[in-house]
Design a protein. Structure first.
Length: 672
């Protein structure tokens, strides 16, 4: 029976009589194969599938995939350490591009395999997919390797690989190239004080390209990370001297008995913490089913979550992170109920995770990952294991420190309230007959509907806002008070910016969108005027606002819409003559040139815009007939401008503050 006949064997109604030969055979389409026979079917053997389709096994052939080879090798060493058979792992990176990884574990078996009596077990493991000791829990209670493909994939994608095994006081060696053995498993002598496995390999340029090379910095960080994940192992790093840098030493030893807590302490050093204490702990023993370790801190930094399963990093998260989020949310809500804080009912896991730095490591038997590269954990039991392990510990941590718990709860509730406010906000358009305009509550808008000729004054604080609202021309001038210093966007994440209410209000008031969504036609004002106090603090706030516009709305600056107001610092009067001075130097100049005679000059120093009578503010700063404005422009050297902004507005406030103190009083034109 043919294949076609067999398809319809159970459905007689679909059968037809055998087709009769056609008078003429239709011509095959141009370029189409003339036949499709058994000879067209390929059967890939051994490690050929890996070399044909490396992306199926390591995710591609880019830099991430290249470094995945190292991850596969060192994960095997970590499995030995976690199982209690190795205490030391050594990593050496040479200038020749070779990477060597050694452990002092049991060593891969080299004797003949019972199922294949003519082959060494070592060669089977190195040349056969799905061959290994991790399919059951006899050799390893938990492990990062699951499918028996890791080391064989490394072998397949290396143009040169040498493996040495020290077992039973004998040293064995075998050499491979592109997955094929170049020698037998040979005994090369007796060793008395050595055991374990050494893998030395060089990535194949045919797979990764001639320019693909390991990064010493990345290898160094990956090595150090493994030491944090298991305090019972010592990792030794070394590289050739010409590869060493300030960030990558030629020699280093890592051993962290406190594991993830040590890492967290180092990682958030120098950051302002929302709560002082790090919430850390362990449940179970690494290498056993259901072990969990965690370290969590809340700070004003960007926040991060790094999770691992059986020491394998899971950058895309997974079910273990779901358990972590559930434990923290339920724990904080329970504490709120205990303290009768009804506002916590609106909390979600995202609110609790705002500015959260979290390290999570789980050990489970036979975990399920999404894909061979193990970027995401899919084991359903992981969520339950993590939540059960952390929930009681988090409850105790909160109860033991009420002050810290209160700070954390208040912070999370504040994030939740901001989230709800943002949800209610809608896209801003100019008022129309069919849609009512919604604007930030503190904005005092102008009455005219057209953007042409309309001005928005951005002022610092409600007090200055009150004076500006009285001094303005209501028809064409709007006032938006900002409470406190605006966020420094130069070093802020998109999430942090989205959570900032001042920035949200400003974007909403302008109505034109940001970055690639900026729309000139939707800008609600012709002039955006930054009006701050005439002192160093005012200059600082102005610099933060200019940085915001430069990063988020450079088109607004290019369009000539951004200006700085020039409010005076002094009011000088003598008789019927009154003048205003911008600063101390201007005051001295006016005193020497404009005021004569011996009569006293009355001098008033304005503490800030909020202390200035609105009539004076109108006359000196807001009236289009008598004010002075500085237009903000971007230099033609855009890259140089970006470098300056990064240097002065980046993560080092000292350079920024010194620059403002030295230059704020002497600005006559602003051209960034």
């Amino acid at each position: 029976m043919s294949e076609v006949e067999d398809l319809f064997a159970d459905n007689p109604q679909r059968r037809t009589t055998a087709p009769q030969p056609a008078a003429t055979k239709p011509a095959a389409p141009s370029g189409a194969p003339s036949s499709y026979t058994a000879a067209d079917i390929e059967v890939l053997e051994g490690l050929e599938p890996v070399r044909r389709r490396p992306g199926m096994y390591i995710g591609g052939t880019d830099a991430n995939a290249l470094h995945h080879l190292f991850a596969e090798v060192i994960d095997n060493c970590m499995d030995e350490a976690i199982a209690g058979h190795a205490s030391r792992i050594e990593v050496n990176f040479g200038a020749d591009g070779y990477l060597t990884v050694t452990d002092n574990g049991r060593g891969i078996p080299v004797e003949k395999h019972p199922k294949f009596p003519t082959q060494s077990t070592l060669e089977i493991i190195m040349t056969t997919l799905h061959a290994g000791g991790k399919f059951d829990s006899k050799a390893y209670e938990t492990s990062g390797g699951l499918h028996g493909v890791g080391i064989s994939v490394v072998n397949a994608l290396s143009d040169d690989l040498i493996i040495e095994v020290a077992r039973d006081q004998q040293l064995f060696r075998q050499i491979y190239s592109r997955g094929k053995p170049m020698s037998d498993v040979e005994s090369v002598g007796r060793v008395n004080n050595r055991r374990g496995t050494t893998v030395r390999f060089h990535p194949d340029a045919q797979i990764f390209g001639d320019s693909a090379k390991f990064s010493a910095q990345r290898l160094f960080r990956m090595t150090r990370a493994k030491a944090y994940l298991f305090g019972g192992v010592e990792l030794r790093w070394s590289c050739d001297e010409e590869l060493a840098t300030d960030e990558v030493p030629a020699r280093a030893t890592f051993h962290y008995p406190d594991g993830l807590r040590d890492f967290m302490t180092t990682r958030i050093e120098g950051e302002t913490r929302i709560v002082d204490e790090i919430f850390s702990g362990r449940a179970g023993k690494p290498g056993t089913q259901g072990a969990v370790e965690w370290a969590i801190a809340w700070s004003l930094g960007d926040g991060f979550v790094s999770s691992y399963c059986n020491t394998v990093p899971t950058p895309d998260g997974g079910t273990h992170e779901t358990g972590l989020r559930g434990a923290l949310l339920r724990g904080l809500k329970s504490y709120a109920e205990l303290t009768k804080n009804k506002a916590a009912t609106i909390l979600t896991a995202d609110d609790v995770f705002a500015h959260c730095n979290a390290m999570l490591s789980v050990f489970i038997r036979e975990p399920e990952f999404v894909g061979q590269t193990k970027d995401k954990l899919a084991s359903g039991e992981a969520a339950r294991i993590v939540e059960n392990a952390m929930r009681d510990a988090f409850d105790h941590w909160l109860a033991a420190s009420p002050n810290q718990a209160g700070k954390l709860l208040d912070w999370a509730v504040e994030r939740a309230e901001e989230r709800l406010r943002r949800r209610k906000e809608k896209e801003i358009d100019r008022a129309s007959a069919t849609r009512k305009l919604r604007l930030p509550g503190k904005l005092a808008d102008c009455t005219q509907g057209a953007a042409q000729g309309a001005e928005l004054f951005i002022v610092e604080g409600d007090s200055a806002g009150g004076s500006a609202k009285q001094a303005r021309d209501r028809k064409s001038q709007a006032v938006l008070p900002l409470r406190g210093k605006i966020l420094n966007v130069a070093g802020a994440s998109r999430e942090k910016m989205a959570a900032n209410q001042l920035i949200s209000d400003l974007i909403q008031a302008l109505g034109c969108g940001t970055r690639d969504r900026y729309r000139e036609d939707d800008l609600r004002y012709d002039k955006i005027i930054i009006m701050t106090d005439a002192d160093v603090d005012g200059a600082h706030i102005a610099s933060l606002l200019i940085t915001f516009f430069f990063q988020e709305m450079p088109q607004l600056i290019d369009g000539g819409h951004l200006f700085l107001a020039m409010p005076p610092l002094y009011r000088l009067s003598q008789g019927g003559k009154t003048l205003y001075a911008r600063d101390d130097a201007h005051k001295s100049e006016l005193m020497a040139t404009e005021f004569t005679g011996k009569s006293k000059v009355d001098m008033t120093r304005f503490k800030g815009l909020g202390e200035m009578p609105f009539a004076h503010l109108r006359e000196t700063t807001m009236s289009t007939r008598s004010r002075t404005l500085l237009q903000v422009k971007i230099k033609e050297d855009l890259e140089g401008t970006r470098s300056t902004v990064d240097r002065l507005m980046g993560t080092k406030p000292e350079a920024r503050f010194d620059f403002i103190q030295e230059n704020a009083a002497f600005v006559t034109d602003l051209d960034i």
